[in-house]
Design a binder for this molecule. Structure first.
Ligand code: HPA
Ligand code: ZN
Length: 346
């Protein structure tokens, strides 16, 4: 990186940040993976470069959602003990805090974390929530958790996740998310689960309009009760649905680099972030999977401003918009918004 690029990144690092869309399974440090592999006898390449090929997008590989999602096959091998889950959660929060993220909604996939060792779901929730609470205190950052379910899993498993999530609302578990392969799996089997989750008080965000069409955004809003949309960039393909989303003030959790690396857009410069802003959509900027993409939220702010030409003032408005879209109770959300406003010198 040139000196100028480094200096610019330092400016973005100094901004107070709000992250609404980050997957725990996409935040593992390479060194930590190697340590855990050694401790638990997991057979993976022992040198960092070869491991990187398996868990991070490489410049020379085809940028497709299949390649992007394939990284999780290796990333899910590391949840071998409560200690490993504790370390991964703590480091994810430490890394966010170091990047000056003030408020983090971290999502995790309980079924994926429980699978390697057949841990009971409620233990997985307990370990992640306890580690997140302690790390938030240690690193001075506000953290809330969202439970993700994948489209390719059964609705029965999703129901179990929703049950345990609902029981943990007092411990920082605030929402549910539908993730995974949107191109090949439908949301319909999950309508009932998300309705129950909503009724239990959980907040809802849905990956939609990323690898699937604009109609999936409408479905997420109307059938799954989404209050925010993960990605949603393909909403622009439909004028009516774009207007619907704008009128409802739906927050979009946009992740520019992830969209490029997973084949949603053919080049970073082709990302429709500016069109979304021009259409009055409530855009927020997020990382998705910082370790897979080798990015930070500061880097994403830099891409938005320096590669896509978003003005600094608009970036600040979008940080504030993210605080306003936080899944926090009214009073806490108001406090977060006031604090972010003050720190951004608005
Ligand atoms: N889309 C769907 N599922 C995911 C993603 C994504 O971008 N990242 C991690 N799981
Ligand atoms: Zn995501």
């Amino acid at each position: 990186m040139s000196d100028r690029a480094t200096a610019r990144l330092t400016n973005y690092r100094a901004l107070p940040k709000v992250e609404l869309h980050r997957h725990l399974e996409g935040t593992l440090r390479l060194d930590t993976m190697l340590d855990i592999a050694r401790q638990h006898g997991i057979t993976i390449p022992e040198d960092v470069l070869r491991l990187s090929n398996l868990v991070q997008m490489q410049e020379e590989e085809k940028y497709s959602f299949q390649n992007f999602l394939s990284k999780f096959n290796t990333l899910r091998l590391f949840y071998r003990s409560p200690e490993a889950i504790h370390r991964i959660t703590r480091e994810a929060i430490e890394d966010a805090a170091k990047d000056n993220v003030r408020y983090l909604e971290l999502r995790f996939t309980p079924v994926a974390l429980s699978r390697a060792e057949r841990f009971p779901l409620h233990d997985v929730f307990d370990w992640v929530l306890t580690s997140a609470r302690d790390a938030a205190k240690e690193f001075g950052i506000i953290v809330r958790l969202i439970a993700s379910v994948n489209r390719h899993e059964s609705k029965e498993l999703a129901e179990q996740v929703a049950w345990v999530a609902a029981e943990n609302q007092e411990r920082g578990l605030i929402g549910m998310d539908l993730a995974g392969n949107e191109a090949e799996f439908k949301s319909e089997p999950f309508y009932g689960v998300f309705k129950e989750a909503r009724q239990a008080g959980l907040r809802i965000t849905i990956h939609a309009g990323e690898w699937g069409p604009a109609a999936n955004v409408k479905e997420a809003i109307e059938e799954l009760g989404a209050e925010r949309i993960g990605h949603g960039v393909r909403v622009l393909e439909d004028d009516y649905i774009t207007r619907l989303a704008r009128e409802r003030g739906m927050a979009f959790e946009v992740c520019v680099t992830s969209n490029f690396q997973s084949g949603v857009v053919p080049a970073l410069e082709a990302h429709p972030l500016n069109q979304m802003l021009d259409r009055g959509l409530n855009v927020t900027l997020n990382t998705d999977d910082p370790s897979i993409s080798r990015i930070t939220l500061s880097h994403e702010y830099h891409v938005a401003c320096d590669d896509l030409g978003v003005p600094m003032n608009t970036l600040k408005e979008r940080i504030l918009a993210a605080a306003q879209a936080a899944f926090l109770p009214e009073k806490e959300r108001g406090e977060l918004v006031s604090q972010v406003k003050k720190d951004l010198k608005f």
